[in-house]
Design a protein around this ligand. Structure first.
Ligand SMILES: [Zn+2]
Length: 426
């Protein structure tokens, strides 16, 4: 349709919110939270770029008033983000262990063995498929980032370097056949064309096959105030209610769901063809759907309070930082994750509050945080400078970090977490 752009009544500037829901096509008018303008979270600034400008894009999340999908507009294509990717899943010991447990639970439950075929979308460096390979199960990885796919291939995990959708699904089905188990972890949120992606999954699934996917749960994001997990690379934020609608629209029934502790609270969904009656819908799937309905998942009022909750969290964090600086305290950051970028930019925290941050990833050391330009050092810097406070940006890893940095207590240093609201740890 033409001439649909609405204009702001005061300024005459085209108003935001005339884009459409990436699932159901409804016009998006309801703000979930507006975090202002923010740079892309993985564009760390090298010293020679310090005098250059950076692109900022709106970080404005909407909730669809028909299907209740919380979403961002697509300002940057996955081709730009994921074709060469700096994240190797195998760097995280806890994530590899999580993958192994998954393998051990799913193999007996669905009879996966040497005659099955397991396929993983966004298989990264083979952190998960390696556990199936070790048990003699034929696998295929599908991974768009050539550099991480190479790491998987080097480990003996067959991997095709492609973005996933109907076209890729068709090619793989022709070349390799369909999957008994088709899985994807932390990929659904990153998919711009959700319908093409889920339709491709259905196409690649054997008639009695099983889909499993993991992604952060919107319900936990709201409950625990995890607004910093909203960044441009995350296009969609799912409740079980909405993800169930999305899969149902493509002939897939979600027959089971698990709530996991990963990434601040994730869902693992289990899907099958709608006409495959061999797997009954489990009581816990029914229970979670009911619980979300009771919590207001299909009531816009349930989403409207979130923005003010986020603004109040910003005020409290700034209050703490201002108070600490007036008292002459030194504050260092820990980590330079995507969520830290959202937090620092939204709250306007630069070197006026945080002297520097540190990160174990050598790729980030010697660079600066996007937008806020806080220098990123090796973690040893903390021992050298003895800050009074260490602000933990990847709060989901707080236990691990507090363990590694226990020595800051030698000089009376304290840990601070910003989410769900600022807290100095005892
Ligand atoms: Zn919608």
């Amino acid at each position: 349709m033409k001439n649909e752009t609405k204009h702001d009544e005061v300024s005459g500037i085209p108003a935001q919110g005339h884009s459409r829901c990436r699932f159901c096509g409804t016009r998006l008018t309801q703000t979930f939270v507006d975090l202002g303008m923010s740079p892309l979270c993985q564009t760390h600034i090298a010293p020679h770029q310090l005098n250059q400008m950076e692109p900022f894009y709106p970080l404005h999340a909407y909730v669809c008033d028909k299907c209740f999908l919380v979403q961002l507009q697509e300002f940057v294509s996955p081709q730009d983000i994921f074709s060469e990717y700096a994240y190797f899943s195998s760097y995280s010991d806890s994530w590899v262990a999580h993958a192994k447990q998954y393998t051990e639970s799913v193999m007996p439950r669905f009879g996966i063995g040497p005659r099955s075929r397991v396929m993983e979308i966004a298989s990264n460096d083979g952190y998960l498929l390696q556990h199936f390979v070790a048990k003699g199960v034929p696998v295929l990885g599908i991974e768009p980032a050539a550099n991480v796919a190479q790491a998987a291939i080097a480990k003996g995990i067959p991997t095709t370097v492609k973005f996933f959708g109907r076209k890729t699904a068709g090619e793989i089905a022709t070349e390799h056949g369909k999957a008994d188990l088709l899985l994807g972890n932390n990929v659904l949120a990153h998919v711009p064309d959700l319908n093409d992606f889920v339709a491709g999954m259905r196409q690649l699934l054997k008639p009695d096959g099983v889909i499993t996917m993991e992604f952060p749960h919107l319900y936990r994001l709201m409950e625990s105030n995890q607004f910093d997990t909203i960044y441009h690379e995350h296009f969609s934020y799912f409740s079980f209610y909405t993800v169930d609608k999305v899969f149902a629209a493509h002939g897939i029934t979600l027959f089971d769901v698990e709530e996991l502790g990963t990434h601040g609270g994730s869902l693992r969904i289990y899907g099958r063809h709608a006409d495959d009656t061999s797997k009954a819908v489990t009581p816990r799937a029914i229970e979670l759907r009911q619980r979300e309905l009771s919590a207001g998942v299909i009531d816009l009022n349930g989403y409207r309070g979130f923005g003010e909750q986020v603004r109040e969290t910003k005020r409290k964090l700034l209050e703490f930082l201002i108070h600490a600086k007036r008292a002459g305290k030194h504050i260092a950051g820990y980590g330079a994750p995507g969520k830290g970028n959202t937090l620092l930019n939204y709250c306007g925290i630069r070197q006026d509050f945080v002297d520097y941050t540190v990160d174990r990833n050598p790729y980030k050391q010697g660079k600066y945080t996007p937008g806020t330009r806080i220098p990123i050092h090796h973690p040893d810097k903390i021992r050298e400078t003895k800050p009074d406070y260490v602000l933990i940006l990847p709060w989901n890893l707080r236990q691990e970090i507090i363990g590694q940095l226990a020595y800051i207590r030698e000089w009376g240093g304290r840990f601070v977490v910003p989410i769900p609201e600022v807290k100095v740890l005892p």
